[in-house]
Design a protein around this ligand. Structure first.
Ligand code: NAP
Length: 249
C-alpha cells in the first residue's frame, strides 16, 4: 500500500516545473491527481500521460487560478470526475522582478492576484470539497519571503503573505482536521526560472556560493516534501513553513 492510496489531489500550475514534479510524486504514491494549467495544454497532457503510463490516475484541467469563476469550475470538474478531494497544492505562481522606480499597478496586481488571491480562493473552494476526515493544503511559498532579495519587493511580499495566510488558516481550519503548511523553496531550475534568465550566469553563481549545499535546486528536491505534508506521516503538523533551500537563509 502506498502513502496516498484513494486520495485525490488538485495541483495548480502543474504543467511545468515544480508543480509537474509534485503531480508525478503524488500520483506515484497512489493519489488521483488533477494537473491544472493556464495555457500549456500540451505540457499538461505530457504530465498526465507520464502518470498514466506509470499506472497512476490523472487528468488535465485548464483554469486561470487568478480568476474566481475559473477556480470554481476547476473544483466542480474535479468533484465530477473523482467524487472527492483530500489534497490541494497551491503551486501556481509567477515571479517578476523590478526596481522600485519601475513598479507599476500591473506588476503588483498580476502577482498578488495569482500568488495570494488565487491561493485564497482555491483554498476556499477546496475546503467545501474536503470530506469529514479533513484534508491537507500545501502552499508553495518561497525562500524570498524572508530572504527578500533586491528588486523583488512585490514578489517577496506575495510570498510573505502566503506564509501569514498559511499560519492563520492552520489555526482557523485545524478544528476541522484540515492542515495547512507551506514549503519555501530556494532557487529551483524550472521552465519559469529559465525564461526569467535567473538560473544562469552570475546570479546563479552568487546563490550557489552562499548556499551551504553548494547548488541550486531541482523540482524533485521539492516534491517528496509535498508527499510528506499530504500524507498521514505529517498528521500532527500544521501551520509550518518548511524551507527547502540547500541551507540558504
Ligand atoms: P514555472 O516553471 O513558471 O511554471 C508555472 C506553472 O504555473 C505552469 O504550469 C503554469 O501553467 C502555471 N500557471 C501560471 N499562471 C497560472 C495561472 N494564472 N493559473 C493556473 N496556472 C498558472 O514555475 P516554477 O518555477 O515551477 O514555480 C512554481 C511555484 O514555485 C511558484 O509559486 C513559484 O513562486 C514557486 N517558487 C519557485 C521557485 C523557483 O526558483 N523556481 C523558488 C521558490 C518558489 P501554464 O504554462 O499553462 O501557464
Amino acid at each position: 500500500m502506498t502513502k496516498l492510496d484513494g486520495k485525490i489531489a488538485v495541483v495548480t500550475g502543474a504543467s511545468k516545473g515544480i508543480g509537474a514534479s509534485i503531480a508525478k510524486h503524488l500520483a506515484a504514491e497512489g493519489a488521483g491527481v488533477v494537473v491544472n494549467y493556464a495555457s500549456s495544454q500540451e505540457a499538461a497532457n505530457r504530465v498526465v500521460d507520464e502518470i498514466v503510463s506509470n499506472g497512476g490516475k490523472a487528468i488535465a484541467l485548464q483554469a486561470n487560478v487568478a480568476k474566481k469563476a475559473e477556480i470554481e469550475h476547476l473544483f466542480a470538474q474535479t468533484q465530477q470526475t473523482f467524487g472527492r478531494l483530500d489534497i490541494l497544492v497551491n503551486n501556481a505562481g509567477i515571479y517578476e522582478f523590478s526596481p522600485l522606480e519601475n513598479i507599476t499597478e500591473e506588476h503588483f496586481h498580476k502577482q498578488f492576484d495569482l500568488n495570494v488571491l488565487g491561493l485564497i480562493l482555491a483554498s476556499q473552494q477546496a475546503i467545501k470539497h474536503f470530506g469529514s476526515t479533513g484534508g491537507s493544503i500545501i502552499n508553495i511559498s518561497s525562500l524570498v519571503s524572508t530572504f527578500t532579495p533586491a528588486n523583488a519587493s512585490i514578489y517577496s511580499a506575495t510570498k510573505a503573505a502566503v506564509d501569514a495566510i498559511t499560519k492563520s488558516l492552520a489555526k482557523e481550519l485545524g478544528p476541522r482536521q484540515i492542515r495547512v503548511n507551506s514549503i519555501n523553496p530556494g532557487m529551483v531550475e524550472t521552465e519559469g526560472t529559465h525564461t526569467a534568465g535567473i538560473t544562469e550566469g552570475e546570479g546563479r553563481q552568487q546563490i550557489e556560493a552562499q548556499t551551504p549545499l553548494g547548488r541550486i535546486g531541482q523540482p524533485q528536491d521539492i516534491a517528496p516534501a509535498v508527499v510528506f505534508l499530504a500524507s498521514a506521516d505529517s498528521a500532527w503538523i500544521t501551520g509550518e513553513t518548511l524551507y527547502i533551500a540547500g541551507g540558504l537563509r
